[in-house]
Design a protein around this ligand. Structure first.
Ligand SMILES: [Zn+2]
Ligand SMILES: [Zn+2]
Length: 375
């Protein structure tokens, strides 16, 4: 009997051992001296689903991020992998021209981070926008990102206005970074007004990292400049922002600039930025021009008739996107998390309702109100 139990135990132990190593063997070789622990979560892309609309593709971008080649803490290729995992299509690595605290170790040409990142971007299908950040005293001169530059070294000039003029000579698109950072106000300084008058500001960040500047939405409309929502990440992005977008409303998602482009190419991105076709996405909020937000809402939220019961018609509102929508209809608040539906009941004679979208802003602290056809 003892011998029988011993044999059985040996069999169980062997079976357990075999089942542990089975996965590893599927993944790697048959080397009996070394087993690999399978990792099924590694390198998964969290798709951000936003339906295309108005004849444009909706590309997701981050136009402001740093690496070890300025004051960031990560290697350029890692930025590309992060962007891919986060569901992005476009990334602008914008290392500072002037502020390079690691230059004792990383004293390379100012285009180096883009050169290192380019092969990984090509491999993963990320559009890499050549960029840099001109960095001077906040609130007086400020910080500016130049996109689509040809050579960051040529922008290393004493006079910040000359640096931006050089960017312009290279055909760059220039935006004003984090206008309210380290300040309680959000205004243009005299120097920044001069830049505006000279036509050296094409856009502004309404969102930078964890900060949202409502006034910048109004500037985009009033001054006809392009809105951005960017991470400005210096650490690895997951330190501050969640990748997984399937969760609840109160999650700090990575800011994204949604770009309505004719196709997925750098040329199309540039055309879309010049034409001001962007929407900022941040922490469950969506910000931008009224028509763009209306188009986005229509593309993401569909309505269909569920039933007619007596005098009433029951409708189903379905969110077909990874975005979140919070809205008010007739005094009642609704929330549509990604890929969920809610119901709406109205008497059958009602053909439309007004929807105030509470997580959208089309002007400083102003929610858009859309007409929803019940048909
Ligand atoms: Zn900055
Ligand atoms: Zn920055």
């Amino acid at each position: 009997m003892k011998r029988f139990i011993a044999v059985m135990l040996l069999c169980f132990a062997y079976a357990a051992l075999f089942s542990i190593s089975a996965d590893a063997q599927r993944i790697e070789n048959t080397n009996p001296n070394k087993q690999f622990i399978p990792d099924k979560s590694n390198h998964v892309r969290n798709e951000v689903v936003v339906p295309d609309f108005a004849g444009y593709k909706v590309l997701k971008g981050d136009f402001h991020i740093h690496t070890v080649f300025s004051d960031g803490l990560v290697w350029p290729t890692y930025r590309i992998q992060e962007a891919w995992r986060d569901g992005l299509d476009i990334l602008a690595i914008s290392d500072h021209i002037e502020y390079r605290p690691h230059s004792q170790y990383m004293n390379a040409d100012r285009n180096t981070s883009m050169k290192i990142a380019a092969p990984e971007a090509e491999k993963l299908g990320i559009l890499l926008v050549p960029a840099t950040e001109v960095t001077r005293e906040q609130g007086v001169i400020g910080h500016f990102n130049a996109l689509f530059i040809k050579d960051a070294e040529l922008m290393n000039l004493e006079d910040p206005k000359e640096a931006l003029r050089e960017a312009r000579r290279q055909g760059a698109f220039i935006f004003f970074n984090h206008p309210g950072w380290r300040m309680d106000t959000c205004v243009f300084s005299p120097f920044q007004k001069e830049l505006l008058e000279e036509g050296l500001i094409d856009g502004v960040e309404a969102v930078n990292g964890f900060e949202f500047y409502p006034r910048a939405i109004s500037w985009c409309k009033d001054l006809n400049i392009t809105l951005f929502a960017n991470s400005d990440a210096h650490d690895p992005v997951p330190v501050y922002f969640k990748y997984d977008r399937k969760g609840a409303e109160d999650v700090r998602y990575r800011p994204m600039t949604l770009v309505l482009a004719k196709d997925k190419s750098l040329e199309a991105v540039r055309e879309a930025l010049d034409a001001r076709r962007t929407i900022g996405s941040y922490h469950g909020y969506l910000i931008g021009g009224f028509e763009l937000l209306e188009g986005l809402f229509d593309a993401c939220v569909s309505i269909e008739k569920l039933s007619v019961v007596g005098k009433n018609t029951n409708w189903q509102l379905r969110n077909n996107s990874s975005l979140i929508f919070r809205f008010n209809i007739g005094g009642t608040d609704y929330i549509l998390l990604p890929f969920t539906s809610c119901t709406l009941t109205r008497t059958s004679d009602i053909t439309s309702v007004e929807v105030t979208v509470l997580n959208m802003y089309h002007y400083e602290n102003t929610h858009p109100v859309f007409k929803l056809e019940l048909k």
